[in-house]
Design a binder for this molecule. Structure first.
Ligand code: HEM
Length: 273
């Protein structure tokens, strides 16, 4: 009798479907939360630009925001927030599977625009941080700058692999670029989820340099990047428990994101729209 042949405890097909559905839940949470972010940018920053009243930006607590007489800084900030709305929308369009499959030309052109805007946004962000001096503390300035440098490196690699027609490597670098481009959105969510879960600013000092702040400054994009790498591994793995475990990780991450989106909407965004 063959005693080595066990029935697998976890069905491979079920684990595969679970992983697939967890990625759908992740995407839908990102979609809802990033559309809310874009609505806030349009309903606050762009509304004031169109009304010719950029001084109105000061209604919200910002690091520097509007400064009377600083035409260069104000213009760079205006370009940054308008670019943020466009880049976020472009990233979402790029991830919609139906568009990738049914409108490959749109996918290609939007992809080029996404990479170009990502590069310009991170250069503009580095300018705002270090030339204009918009940072609350050095450690937070370094964290967002590393995020910006990762955007540059990943975007260039996504482009290089597309030009080499290595689409497997291209799509991996494009997804990594999406995660780091979403870094500042993840940061806002992380800060708000932390406040809600802990019932207050535990480990935070208002300068983004308390122990919890430092963890979130870097973790907000490094943890999602790490989860993406685990997801890549799980997709290739033949072990059902690796797929199911990763699906759980992605679902827990999505739940935390949903808490963060709720917090960001109710605390940071809706009151200003
Ligand atoms: C690529 C995706 C990015 C998006 C979508 C984005 C979005 C935004 C938004 C919406 C604001 C307005 C302030 C707010 O509402 O909190 C902002 C401000 C700012 N961002 Fe970005 N940003 C991105 C990347 C970066 C990077 C990579 C850096 C730095 C290296 C950066 C540095 C800044 C700075 C310094 C401000 C000005 C803060 C102030 O004066 O209050 N951003 N960004």
């Amino acid at each position: 009798m063959d005693v080595t042949h066990h029935r697998p405890a976890l069905d491979a097909g079920f684990a595969r479907r679970l992983l697939h559905w967890s990625s759908r839940v992740f995407f839908l949470t990102v979609l809802a939360g990033q559309l809310a972010f874009v609505a806030f940018i349009l309903g606050f920053f762009v509304r004031h630009i169109l009304a010719g009243n950029i001084a109105g930006w000061s209604e919200k607590r910002l690091i520097t925001g509007y400064v009377a007489g600083d035409d260069t800084g104000n213009t760079m900030f205006a370009i940054h927030v308008c670019g943020a709305a466009l880049l976020t929308l472009s990233g979402l369009i790029q991830l919609i599977p139906a568009i990738r499959q049914r409108a490959p030309r749109l996918h290609r052109w939007n992809g080029r625009a996404f990479i170009a805007m990502a590069i310009l946004m991170s250069l503009g962000g580095l300018w705002l941080t270090w030339v204009r001096g918009s940072y609350l503390s050095l450690v937070a300035g370094f964290a967002v700058s590393l995020n910006g440098i990762l955007i540059l490196v990943f975007a260039i690699l996504a482009l290089v692999y597309a030009l080499k027609r290595d689409f497997v490597a291209h799509s991996r670098w494009a997804m990594r670029t999406f995660i780091v481009v979403s870094g500042v959105w993840f940061l806002r969510l992380s800060l708000m989820a932390w406040l809600i879960i802990n019932g207050g600013p535990v480990g935070m000092n208002g300068k983004m340099s308390g122990p919890a702040d430092i963890f979130l400054d870097y973790g907000s994009y490094l943890i999602p990047l790490a989860i993406l790498e685990v997801y890549f591994l799980a997709k290739r793995s033949n072990l059902p428990w690796v797929k199911a475990g990763t699906a759980m990780l992605v679902l827990v991450g999505s739940l935390l994101m949903a808490v963060g989106v709720f917090g960001a909407m109710s605390i940071l965004w809706l009151p200003h729209m």
